[in-house]
Write a protein that binds this ligand. Structure first.
Ligand SMILES: [Zn+2]
Length: 111
């Protein structure tokens, strides 16, 4: 329910808007509307960009050693907070860090 005084203030606003637009203040209203739209849109865009950045730079995956899940930045050396293992990021997954010179042997079952 909207009270009578509420309607009256709305009518007052509408009248003021109509007067402003008919008196040639349309450009002012338009710029105000654009400003308002910007004020509303900017946080949304910033939030979206921030989320995109986080998604592009943060990775959540399970540790290949202890299987504990954690989130880490893509561009730094990663240490598992659960077991302390040094990990590297490959694609969007954590892999065990192998120091240079270590030959990785993949275990394959021979059928
Ligand atoms: Zn771990």
């Amino acid at each position: 329910m909207v009270s009578a005084s509420g309607w009256r203030s709305w009518l007052g606003w509408l009248l003021a808007l109509w007067l402003l637009s008919t008196l040639g203040f349309g450009w002012l209203l338009r710029s105000l509307a654009v400003l308002l739209a910007l004020l509303v849109l900017l946080p949304v865009v910033a939030l979206g960009l921030g989320r995109w950045w986080l998604q592009a730079n943060l990775i959540t995956d399970a540790c290949p050693v202890c299987h504990g899940e954690f989130t880490a930045s893509r561009h730094s050396s990663v240490h598992c907070p659960h077991c302390g293992e040094t990990l590297t990021v490959e694609g969007r997954r954590f892999t065990r860090y192998t120091p240079p010179g270590t030959i990785e042997v993949e275990v394959q079952a021979i059928e």
